[in-house]
Every structure is written in structure tokens, then in C-alpha cells.
Write a protein that binds this ligand. Structure first.
Ligand code: ARG
Length: 593
């Protein structure tokens, strides 16, 4: 479906082309002054520049006047005016608005166009580490990654989300050795036993959460303790069966807990792969890289140089193997690329990871391109800034600890609960429903506050501000959706049904223009991997609806039946689009509040 802007755009381009100018100078866009006109075309200014170069003497206003003379005959245009030096202001015709409203209302995706050539896209996000507490970077990765995954998915791409668990590093050595200190008699530690290990895990999530900080704390203070952790890590990586069996238990226990945690956040992964599962690919991968002649020995380590000529800042080499023979973060990410190449062999891989890892990904991508596995434009790191505390540093809990997802959600839940109470919202609902609403409001507040920023900017965590019902917040949008739901329920009770849309009021027209900009917002957001553009859109839509609702009574007794039916259709369509937009952001609205 083409939008109103698309149609006006095509008309203006054609006219400028007929006048002997390149079509692309006459693009139509949303006006900077929507109070004057919704759309504008600035082609006359560029055309005058071209004319001048050609030695013609003509000013932009004259060119604009000639274009306007032709465009006035276009039935899609209600009013067209020249402003200032030659800006052309355009108003779509009522007929076009009515037609467009009908098309959007009839469309399953309310005007969103799916892509013609769907791609297979992997989104690597979440990135939690087994047994290590999550930090705010993991939270943002989950929220932004989920939104990008959904954004691309609604457009019709085949999108696969992979959590890419951190489960192959030193933390494993810490866990193994600490567990050994606590329970030295476990079969996993007996070097004579090579298989037949119990299928029940020897630890719970609480054990892991306790053992890891215990061990890492000791290791920080005690070199010998650290050495044991490192040795255990190396033994694990070289395949000691008991350690490998323990690792599998640690992963299972952690994944079960993470599934609950991410689930509470409304984040779902298609793949729960991690670093450990690509380890078997490493030896062949190293051989492949060696045979391609791109590796080098460097003080006992195996590296790939990836610097490029003329770079301001040196990009250090990729470390494939440390001099101890240990594999590193680079190695597992490269092996993961080999794994992904085999299946699903995606067209594109997006890494939604903290911007502080930008150099890591640059190095890995360059090596993968050097190896001939991928083209450079198939690999993209989508970084993001940090969520800070009021002190301007990455957010920590009150006692200075690393943030646990559960704790953050509880803070949001409490703040939302307080807001609901203040506003008397849901005061007469059953307690269970009220709690569920608080949970949804808190979560929406957190996600919207996170996503509405440009990805790379840092922002300050402020539960109170995030949960406000006024302004550009998650709760405001939930409220907008819930209000429409309640109108629809009332209409249903009154036996009013949606019907043909005939626009009579400027606020209705404004609402249709907002609805019509959805496809544009989705396209722009997916081109730039910028969920904040979806936030902008849903906010604008909610505001347009709010104005419409104030100016245009829907179910009032003196509203004629056909107007009721038309307005109800607008309300219904707005709700569908609003919910689809919120769905992209990973936000669900309650039925009532
Ligand atoms: N586990 C990593 C961390 O905590 C993030 C993983 C990101 N994804 C990747 N393919 N490296 O920093």
C-alpha cells in the first residue's frame, strides 16, 4: 500500500521532471510546520540552483508557481500554496484521506508493508553469562535486541534470536574449583571416572549465585586460588570429562533460571546456544585459518592481524589462542560465526551488545571477512549506551552491587503500584488484577524509557519519571490503548459497530495522517535499527487519538449513527496499530485499568 506522502511525492517528482529537472530534487516530506500544512516539497529551491548553473534566469518562486499550476489539477491535492522563497505546502484531498483511512482500516497490518525479499537475519542479544549476575548492559541488550528482532520480523524477515550465553570463560573454572572445595567427593572430580555421571545437577541456581562471587572474591585476593581457577578452566577447555559434565549441569541450571528471568521481561530466544557449544569447532577452524595463511605466531600466541592501512587508531590483532593454549573471547565468537555459517547461513547477523565491546566486534568481523566466510556488510554491531544511576555511572543497586534483573523489575513494579494508587487506578479491581496491571505498567515504563532514547545515548534510571502517566512514557501509551479498549467495549454493549470511514473533522484527518505514517516509521526504524523511531510513532499516534477523542464524540447520543460507525472504525484501527507498535517494542497493554 502506498501512503499519502508516497502519492504526493510521486506527483511532485513527475511535475518537476516534466519541467526538465531531476525528479529526486522534488521529494515530498512531512512539513516542519504541520500547523500550516502536513506536507511540503522544497524542489523549487534546488531547481533554481540547477537553472542558474545552466545560465537561465529564474527564481525559485517562479518555478514553484509553474509546478503549482500543474499540481492544482491533481485530485489528490486539496490545497497547495507557495510560502517564503518557494516552499510548496501541500494538503491532501479529503477524498484521498477517506480512501487511505479505508485501506488502512482494512489492512491486517494497518498500512505496514512487508518486505518483498525477506532475509534470514540472526540477532545475537541477551548475552548473559552462566552464574555471573546480569549487569545493566545485559538488560539493555535484551530489551533493544528483542525490539529489533520483532521489528524485522513484522516486516516479514526470517529472524532468529540467539542468547549467545557466556559459558566458556574463567567463571567456569571458579565454579568448578569452588564446588570442589565444598564437595570434594563428587564423582566429577575423580580423574579415574570418565562417564556415567548423574543426570541430576549437583547444584541449584542459588548455589551458583553463591559459589561464583565467593570464588572470584577469593581469587582476587589470592594468586594461588586464581591459578587453580585458571587451571580448571584450561582443563575444562581441553575436555576433561568430569568438568565437562559439570559445565553441562551449570548451563542447564542457569538456562532454566534465565528462561524465567528473560520471560518476566517478555524476552524470548529461539536459540539458547552459547560459547561452549561451538568449542568443538575450534580445532578445525584454527586449521582452516592457518591454511589460509592469515594467522601468525606472536610470542607464543596465535593471532590474526586485522589492522587496515591509513587508520588513525591501530586495531589490535585478533587473539585466537593465548600462549597458554587457552581460547579467548575472540576465538569463541569466530567459532560461532563458523557455526552460524553452517546453519542457518544468515544473510545478516546483528550483534546487540554494549558499545564498550565495539572494538571486539570490529576485530572479529575483520577476521571473519579475511577468512572469506562473510562479506563485511553481513556483520553489524549494534551498540548501545549505558543506563546510569543518578551519579552518572552505570546503574547499581542501593548497596553498590551488580543489578539483578529481578530486583530491577521489583523496583519498577513498586513504582508503578504507587502510581496506580495515587491515581486511584484500578482501585475497585480484584487485588490479583491490580498487581498484574502494576507489573505491566512497570515493565512498559522501563522498556519504553529505554527504547525511546537513541541507542547510543546513555540515560539515567528514574523509576518515578518512567512510570508517570503524563508525557512520553510507557504508562501514557498503555493508558491510551486501554482507553480505546474501553470505548470499544462500550460500543459493543451499545450495539454500535464500526462502519465506513467518512472524515468530517480536522482532528480525524490528523489521526489518519498519523496512522498513515506508520509504514514510514517502521521502515526508518529498521533501516537504522532504531526502535526509538517506533516510540516516536506510537507517541504521536496516541496524541493524535487523544485530540480526536476530545474533539469528536464517538458514542454520544447526538452523534449520527453513520458518524458513530465511522469514528468507531477509526478508534478500532488506531488500537490495532498502537498495539502492533507496542508489540514491536515488546510492550503489552492490559485490558482495562
Ligand atoms: N557474554 C558477553 C558479555 O557478558 C556478551 C555476549 C555478546 N555476544 C557475542 N556474540 N559476543 O559481555
Amino acid at each position: 500500500m502506498s501512503s499519502i506522502l508516497d502519492r504526493l511525492d510521486a506527483a511532485c517528482r513527475a511535475v518537476f521532471e516534466d519541467m526538465g529537472y531531476p525528479a529526486q530534487i522534488a521529494g515530498v516530506r512531512e512539513s516542519d510546520r504541520p500547523d500550516i500544512a502536513p506536507f511540503q516539497c522544497n524542489g523549487a529551491m534546488a531547481a533554481a540552483g540547477i537553472a542558474k548553473k545552466r545560465g537561465e534566469k529564474v527564481n525559485p518562486r517562479e518555478i514553484a508557481a509553474r509546478a503549482v499550476a500543474v499540481l492544482e489539477g491533481n485530485s489528490d491535492i486539496a490545497k497547495i500554496e507557495i510560502a517564503g522563497p518557494g516552499f510548496i505546502n501541500l494538503h491532501p484531498s479529503l477524498n484521498l484521506l477517506n480512501q487511505q483511512a479505508a485501506d488502512i482500516a482494512a489492512d491486517k497490518l494497518t498500512g505496514l508493508n512487508t518486505v518483498i525479499e525477506p532475509k534470514t537475519i540472526m540477532v545475537d542479544y541477551g548475552g548473559a553469562n552462566v552464574a555471573k549476575p546480569m549487569h545493566v548492559g545485559h538488560l539493555r541488550s535484551a530489551v533493544i535486541g528483542e525490539a529489533i528482532k520483532r521489528l524485522l520480523r513484522v516486516q516479514g524477515h526470517k529472524v532468529i534470536g540467539d542468547v549467545h550465553l557466556g559459558d566458556w570463560g574463567l567463571q567456569m573454572g571458579h565454579l568448578i574449583t569452588e564446588l570442589q572445595d565444598e564437595q570434594p567427593d563428587l564423582v566429577y572430580f575423580d580423574p579415574e571416572i570418565k562417564d556415567g555421571y548423574p543426570s541430576d545437577p549437583p547444584v541449584t541456581m542459588d548455589d551458583l549465585a553463591r559459589l561464583y562471587p565467593q570464588a572470584s572474591g577469593k581469587a582476587k585476593a589470592d594468586k594461588a586460588r586464581m591459578k587453580r581457577s585458571r587451571e580448571a578452566t584450561a582443563e575444562l577447555q581441553s575436555g576433561r570429562p568430569g568438568y565437562r559434565a559439570l559445565l553441562d549441569h551449570f548451563i542447564d541450571v542457569s538456562v532454566a533460571a534465565l528462561k524465567v528471568g528473560y520471560g518476566n521481561l517478555g524476552v524470548e530466544f529461539d536459540l539458547w546456544k552459547g560459547e561452549a557449544c561451538v568449542d568443538p569447532l575450534i580445532p578445525d577452524m584454527i586449521e582452516d585459518l592457518k591454511s589460509k595463511g592469515i594467522t601468525e605466531e606472536d610470542e607464543g600466541a596465535l593471532i590474526i592481524r586485522v589492522e587496515e592501512e591509513g587508520e588513525k587508531k591501530d586495531v589490535p590483532p585478533v587473539m585466537l589462542l593465548a600462549s597458554s593454549g587457552a581460547v579467548l573471547y575472540h576465538t569463541t565468537d569466530l567459532a560461532t560465526l563458523v557455526d552460524r555459517k553452517t546453519d542457518p547461513d544468515p544473510d545478516l547477523i546483528l550483534y546487540v551488545v554494549d558499545q564498550r565491546q565495539a572494538l571486539h566486534f570490529e576485530q572479529v568481523f575483520r577476521a571473519a571477512v579475511k577468512a572469506g566466510w562473510y562479506e563485511r556488510d553481513q556483520l553489524l554491531h549494534l551498540g548501545f549506551g549505558t543506563m546510569n544511576g543518578k551519579d552518572g555511572k552505570p546503574f547499581k543497586t542501593r548497596d553498590g552491587g551488580v543489578l539483578r534483573l529481578e530486583d530491577l523489575l521489583e523496583i519498577m513494579n513498586d513504582a508503578a503500584g504507587k502510581r496506580l494508587e495515587e491515581g486511584g487506578i484500578g482501585a475497585d479491581f480484584p487485588a490479583e488484577e491490580r498487581n498484574e496491571i502494576a507489573r505491566q505498567v512497570g515493565l512498559a515504563a522501563l522498556k519504553f524509557a529505554d527504547l525511546q532514547n537513541q541507542r547510543l545515548t546513555n540515560y539515567v534510571f528514574d523509576a518515578e519519571r518512567f512510570t508517570a502517566f503524563e508525557g512520553k512514557t510507557g504508562p501514557y501509551l498503555l493508558y491510551a490503548a486501554v482507553r480505546i479498549k474501553s470505548i470499544l467495549r462500550k460500543a459493543h454493549d451499545m450495539g454500535v459497530t464500526a462502519g465506513a470511514i467518512t472524515l468530517t473533522d480536522p482532528a480525524e484527518q490528523q489521526l489518519v495522517l498519523s496512522l498513515d505514517s506508520f509504514d514510514r516509521a517502521v521502515k526508518a526504524a529498521s533501516e537504522k535499527y532504531a526502535p526509538h523511531l517506533i516510540c516516536d510513532h506510537v507517541y504521536r499516534l496516541a496524541q493524535s487519538f487523544s485530540r480526536f477523542y476530545t474533539d469528536c464524540p464517538i458514542l454520544a447520543g447526538d452523534t449520527p449513527d453513520d458518524v458513530k460507525a465511522s469514528r468507531l472504525a477509526l478508534a478500532e484501527t488506531t488500537l490495532r496499530q498502537l498495539e502492533l507498535g507496542l508489540h514491536i517494542l515488546g510492550i503489552d497493554a492490559p485490558e482495562r485499568m
